[in-house]
Design a protein around this ligand. Structure first.
Ligand code: NAD
Ligand code: UDX
Length: 459
């Protein structure tokens, strides 16, 4: 079959894979190829066991794979063929040199630019899909223009706003699609080509067009605003625990103001995931590099508050369990950074487990999708860790259950059965406020929610 356009995506990760699967589904006249340097990942995308868990993704991939969606490691061939190249390689926090621990590590991004000029032999639109510091497109253009091959590259920014666990829904029905391009005839043409792809299934009114720099910066700012809400509610949760105010009631009362809105006000053990911390730190770094120190400190506090919330959760466990958890089994319900994903990147569970191990506890981890990643995260330090798919077995003989991820299945467990199998006094630390605290208390548990009055049987 002859395809109208050839689209290439470099980077077959949490963003590249699902995004291209949805574009393939909605644009059958385009041929889409997703390439990666990671051979194992590409093999998995081509197998029945795709490398990431996202509700609904498996079905879409099965529908379009090897029809108009292809996964390959042949980057060279992919670049030659492509009219439009999406780049969705990882941009983690830099761990070395200038800006270590803050700035974005752009080495994968830069290598991709060099690979593109090496193999390109026709004009291309380059789409920044990765989250990047503001003005990265400028560097990309400099590299691409240095090629001297007489090829024209037009760089546009098109940040991705999907959240893990709801990636397919977010891609099918996004709040908005953002496209930033140079306001030149070539820039506008590229912007229109990209908008035409999305217009296959997204109303034009939801496609926002900005200049390149606004688009790049909007992505960092969107994540900073979302994370800021979580740190704000978590800061209030600490105050609630001291005053018998209830964080859920406050979130409802405050969120009912239409100017504030009800979403993203769930107090928790702290946000995790591969994006929030890295993107805020990057925003802090960029802001500081322009000498805007007060603005940088303001955003940095969002991350500091989050670290404090994780620490507070562990400190509470140790304090309430009579100041020692040494040799005590603690069942960790959940390890993923949020429900409906197996991803554990920056999950608060990693910090919590490490701290509990420092306190010499035995940690039994149960999670419906994240046990393999948990094993990798704790490799070398997991002598006192038990990985157990069955939550009932994880809780057997434990002194406490610490709920870390808000999986639906944890809500519907038989907690009477769990209570009977545990050591007494039995504790529940609900780091997500998803359990029925009153019922747990009536069963006999000592219950410690986040930002709510604790329910204990002690005098
Ligand atoms: P990821 O680590 O899952 O995937 C990135 C992929 O790029 C990897 O498979 C890696 O092997 C590949 N890669 C790296 N260098 C390459 C190269 N030179 N050539 C070919 N492939 C290469 O990362 P991700 O979670 O998909 O994130 C990608 C980007 O999207 C990041 O900038 C991230 O901030 C942003 N983002 C992520 C999310 C999310 O929820 N994960 C959401 C929005 C935006
Ligand atoms: C986030 C952004 O939401 C998304 O738009 C962006 O593209 C990538 O980063 P993601 O990290 O996948 O997505 O998940 P998200 O739903 O934002 O949750 C991030 C963390 O915040 C999770 O650990 C989650 O449990 C936590 N969270 C979220 C809270 O603690 N409370 C809330 O009210 C909401």
């Amino acid at each position: 079959m002859e395809f109208e356009r050839n689209i290439l995506c470099i980077g077959a990760g949490y963003v590249g894979g699902p995004t291209m699967a949805v574009i393939a589904l909605k644009c059958p006249e385009y041929r889409i190829e997703v390439v990666d340097i990671n051979e194992e990942r590409i093999q998995q995308w081509n197998s029945d066991n795709i490398p990431i868990y996202e509700p609904g993704l498996d079905e879409i991939v099965k529908q379009v794979r090897n029809k108009n969606l292809f996964f390959s490691t042949d980057i060279q061939k992919g670049i030659k063929k492509a009219d439009i190249i999406f780049v969705s390689v990882n941009t983690p926090t830099k761990t070395f040199g200038e800006g270590a621990g803050m700035a974005s590590d752009l080495q994968h991004w830069e290598k991709t630019a060099h690979t593109i000029i090496e193999y390109a032999n026709s004009d291309k639109i380059i789409v920044e899909k990765s989250t990047l510091p503001v003005r990265t497109a400028e560097a990309m253009e400099r590299i691409l223009k240095a090629s001297n091959k007489g090829i024209k590259f037009e760089v546009v920014s098109n940040p991705e706003f999907l959240a893990e666990g709801s990636a397919v829904r977010d891609l099918l029905e996004p709040d908005r699609v953002l496209i930033g391009a140079h306001q030149t005839p070539e820039g506008r043409k590229a912007e229109k080509e990209l908008a035409d792809i999305y217009a296959h299934w997204i109303p034009r009114g939801k496609i926002i067009i900005t200049n390149l720099w606004s688009s790049e910066l909007s992505k960092l700012v969107a994540n900073a605003f979302l994370a800021q809400r979580i740190s704000s509610i978590n800061a209030v949760s600490a105050l609630c625990e001291k005053t018998d105010a209830d964080i859920s009631e406050i979130a409802y009362a405050v969120g009912s103001d239409s100017r504030i809105g009800p979403k993203f006000l769930n107090a928790s053990i702290g946000f995790g995931g591969s994006c929030f911390k890295k993107d805020i730190l990057n925003l802090v770094y960029i802001t500081k590099s322009y000498g805007l120190n007060e603005a940088a400190e303001y955003w940095e506090m969002v991350v500091k508050m989050n670290e404090h919330q994780k620490q507070r959760f562990v400190q509470r466990i140790v304090k309430e369990m009579f100041n020692t958890v040494a040799d005590k089994k603690i069942a960790l319900f959940g390890f993923a950074f949020k429900a409906n994903t197996g991803d554990t990147r920056e999950s608060a569970a990693i910090f919590i487990t490490k701290q509990l191990l420092e306190e010499r506890a035995v940690v039994a981890i149960t999670d419906p999708k994240a046990l393999d990643n948990a094993r990798m995260d704790l490799k070398g330090i997991d002598r006192n860790v038990i990985y157990e798919p069955d939550p009932y077995k994880a809780a057997e003989g434990a002194y406490a259950v610490a709920l870390v991820t808000e999986w639906e299945e944890f809500k519907t467990l038989d907690y009477e059965r769990i209570y009977k199998s545990m050591k007494k006094p039995a504790f529940v630390f609900d780091g997500r406020n998803i359990l029925d605290h009153k019922k747990l208390y009536e069963i006999g548990f000592n219950v410690y929610p986040i930002g709510k009055t604790q329910l204990t049987h002690f005098e």
